[in-house]
Write a protein of this length. Structure first.
Length: 446
């Protein structure tokens, strides 16, 4: 215990100045009085988005297609933009371009990308989604979006929830609600509140995480340092930092398999530290998470899409496959689209084209777009070296209530599973008459 306190005190001294500087820079308008005990006090995502600059220098709110977009359209004819891909990236690009004054057409291969026709349902009428949507404390843009759409956050999301990690022997560890605990400098608070919750892991093994935390204080100190860690695997980083094999196998490996869908041997050390900083280390409450109470496509994307299309200038089209992106003089000129139902091919002229697609989709587009491939050698080279990872999600519906302590969970050290997690929707989808579990088995393909 004395060694533990000395290590944590020493680490606290290393990070205290950085934490104070970060807080000063990140929240210059934070209230001077009152308790800052996570986002449920005065530190909510909505507050963060406001102090981060949601108003222009003229004091105008830069919300959904606000006055800035209206003025841009009034000053000159709106330019045309085509966004390919109906995921978070595609809809985010549509929002940004619309607010910049563009008329946007979003196209996607799925029949109903924004759930405007009711979304994807199975033959029994139950909603189907790819995976299960969690919204972490570090997602102020999503909570700001809910606010701008006039939706009620408490109706759309659950309260903050805890998570559990299970191995064949049972519950191995759990995540507390950090935002409800006294706020301490990160990552001192996370370490102090989490280390006692590990079961069947000796104290000396838990303390070896301090070496990794020290590495994280310097991996972004310069571009050369970041490249050094980027050329190292996470497995090499753990050995360099002195992390014990038990802590790696029982905790870090399972977390990476469900967080980045790959084992430490196949991941960049810099990437792993980026993920750990964003979701767990940067601020005490980063790992606190809410879950969607209903299918997110129907509850959030559909209202978002209707709002984006309300002026009649922008549109969303499903069942649309990109045949070719036409480029001339280094600039996008048009996109040729094939309708999956009618097989007709149409051409959409565009001043801007955004490709918000996966690796396989990008390769298909480049194959059919010789002018794009010729004018973008870096894009072509990147598409040739990137690899995709298959993730399989399965829903199991029960005919009676089954108790589970945590809404979200991780499976670790099961021989049959490379990496897996399951989410228990009894805690979240309260509007369904039958309770069901969502189980996702995530397969890593390297």
């Amino acid at each position: 215990i004395i060694v533990y306190r000395l290590i944590m005190a020493g680490h606290w001294l290393l990070v205290l100045l950085a934490c104070v500087s970060e807080a000063t820079l990140a929240v210059p308008d934070a209230p001077a009085t009152g308790s800052l005990q996570g986002r449920h006090a005065r530190f909510s995502p909505r507050h963060l988005s406001r102090v981060a600059g949601r108003r222009s220098c003229r004091g105008e709110r830069q919300g959904f297609v606000g006055r800035a977009a209206t003025k841009a359209r009034a000053a000159a004819p709106a330019k045309q933009a085509v966004v390919v891909g109906g995921g978070w990236g595609g809809f985010g690009a549509m929002k940004a371009l619309t607010e910049a004054g563009y008329n946007v057409k979003l196209v996607d291969a799925t029949p109903d990308p924004a759930a405007l026709k009711g979304g994807w349902k199975n033959p029994n009428g139950r909603p189907v989604e790819a995976g299960f949507k969690g919204f972490w404390w570090q997602y102020p843009n999503i909570f700001s979006l809910v606010d701008e759409l006039g939706l009620k956050e408490d109706e759309l999301f659950t309260p903050l929830t805890r998570s559990g990690l299970y191995n064949p022997q049972g519950l191995f560890t759990e995540a507390p609600l950090f935002s409800t605990l006294p706020r301490l400098p990160a990552p001192f608070g996370q370490a102090l509140y989490t280390l006692p919750l590990f079961r069947d892991l000796p104290l000396e093994d838990r303390l070896t995480i301090s070496g990794l935390l020290i590495e994280m204080t310097r991996y972004k100190s310069s571009e050369e340092t970041y490249k050094f860690y980027d050329n190292m695997t996470a497995a090499e980083l753990f050995r360099r930092a002195g992390v014990s094999p038990k802590l790696i196998e029982k905790f870090l490996r399972p977390i990476l398999l469900v967080g980045l869908f790959n084992p430490p041997e196949a991941l960049s050390a810099a990437l792993v530290m980026d993920m750990l900083y964003y979701y767990a280390i940067g601020h005490q409450a980063d790992f606190d998470v809410k879950w969607a109470r209903a299918p997110i496509a129907e509850a959030l994307l559909a209202p978002f899409a209707r709002h984006m299309m309300r002026d009649g200038e922008s549109s969303i089209e499903g069942s649309s496959f990109v045949e070719e992106v036409v480029v001339s003089d280094g600039r996008a000129q048009a996109v040729r689209i094939r309708d999956a139902q009618t097989k007709e091919v149409s051409t959409i002229e565009a001043d801007v084209v955004v490709l918000a697609v996966g690796v396989n989709g990008l390769r298909r587009i480049l194959t059919g777009s010789p002018s794009l491939a010729k004018s973008s050698p870096d894009l072509r080279r990147t598409a040739g070296t990137m690899k995709g990872i298959d993730v399989m999600a399965t829903r199991i519906w029960f005919d009676r209530p089954v108790q589970c302590p945590f809404p979200s969970n991780v499976f670790a050290n099961y021989d049959e599973l490379e990496g897996a997690g399951f989410s228990w929707k009894t805690h979240t989808h309260t509007h369904h008459s039958r309770r069901y579990m969502h189980y996702s088995r995530r397969l890593s393909i390297v």
